[in-house]
Design a protein around this ligand. Structure first.
Ligand code: 5MM
Length: 335
């Protein structure tokens, strides 16, 4: 199979008009924080158990088309000895893998950060592919202040995303490109829109320079929302600002835009997605999800680290996945 055929096949399997992507790719420090909130220790066995419970949820494949795994999870098996990647694919959920190695400060750009992990990426991808991964994900993070992100921050982060995406496509792996403008702060919705427009413009400019095939990637952006300390926007305003910025920056060749939830509550993230899809008209891309917290939070709080809660954990995940599938189609009613 040619690389292009392979990429197209993965896009066909991941992108449709009702399903979305589940992000369970929390790195070790992040999953430890999530488990600490329910008083559960982050051991390898607890992480394996929790994530295999999620991926065994009956009917999850009706609403979820892809799952982003952490490197450790890709090598793990369920109690019956099946790899978690295979378990996902049993329900037509395409397995993918977070390949960035976290972030640190960007030198000469105070307040901006940069993500690590390009060295040896091509070789790592071969290994992940052999374990069943068909797409990858890389996140660059942008904080908003009066002066951030800087010009250097915009340029350097966009270059990283484009270089990562080019390496993935050469290996036949579909890249999810995730430029996350953080909600942290007290900036208003207009400032989030202004920054996100700059970010997406710089990212697509870099993708073009690196000859990334837009037809064979997925964009995972933030929605346009006010800073977490302000939080006054209603879903219609979020929808109109988000669609305005996306129309100005994202080429029609991109098949799917899968939002991150970024700290929005589960209900809020579903309401906003619904409003976006109701207002989208004839938007050229699918408008879907790649939520982590907004899909998992109710499931995590149902689980509480106890095997006797496995079934209610799955019900909680399925419920959120189903509601987001309705929101994907603009058919969600909060009652
Ligand atoms: C922004 O985080 C991504 C989406 O999750 P939310 O919907 O909760 O915002 C998520 O995929 C993230 O990239 C992973 O959890 C990895 O994050 P860390 O911080 O562990 O590298």
């Amino acid at each position: 199979m040619s690389t292009t055929t392979e990429l197209q096949q993965t896009i066909n399997d991941m992108v449709d008009d009702t399903r979305g992507v589940l992000a369970i790719d929390e790195s070790s420090p992040t999953i430890a924080k999530r488990f600490a909130a329910i008083d559960v220790e982050s051991t390898e066995e607890n992480r394996r158990h929790y994530r295999s419970v999620l991926l065994s949820t009956p009917d999850l494949g009706k609403y979820i088309s892809g799952v982003i795994l952490f490197e450790e999870t890709l090598g793990q098996k369920n109690n019956e000895g099946m790899s978690l990647a295979e378990l996902a694919w049993q329900q037509a959920i395409v397995p993918g893998i977070k390949v960035d190695k976290g972030k640190g400060p960007l030198p000469s750009a105070p307040g901006d950060s940069i993500t690590y992990g390009l060295d040896g990426l091509a070789e790592r991808l071969e290994g992940y592919k052999a374990q069943g991964a068909r797409f990858a994900k890389w996140r660059e993070v942008y904080a908003i202040t009066d002066t951030n992100p800087s010009c250097l921050g915009l340029h350097a982060n966009a270059e990283m995303l484009a270089r990562y995406a080019a390496v993935c496509q050469a290996a036949g792996i579909v890249p999810i490109v995730e430029p996350e403008v953080l909600m942290d702060g007290n900036h208003d919705i207009d400032r989030c829109a202004e920054v996100t427009e700059h970010v997406l413009h710089s990212v697509f400019h870099a993708l073009h320079k690196h000859h990334v095939s837009l037809e064979h990637m997925v964009l995972k952006p933030n929605m346009i929302v006010p800073g977490i300390d302000l939080r006054t926007a209603d879903p219609e305003e979020v929808a109109s600002e988000t669609l305005k910025v996306l129309r100005r920056t994202v080429p029609a060749a991109v098949p799917s835009i899968n939002f991150l939830s970024g700290g929005q509550g589960p209900e809020e993230a579903t309401r906003n997605l619904n409003a976006i899809n109701r207002s989208a008209g004839n938007a050229p891309w699918q408008l879907s999800i790649s939520y982590g917290r907004a899909l998992q939070q109710p499931a995590l709080h149902a689980w509480l680290g106890k095997a006797e809660n496995d079934a209610v954990t799955q019900q909680a995940l399925l419920n959120r996945a189903k509601l987001n599938s309705l929101a994907r189609q603009g058919k969600y009613e909060s009652e």
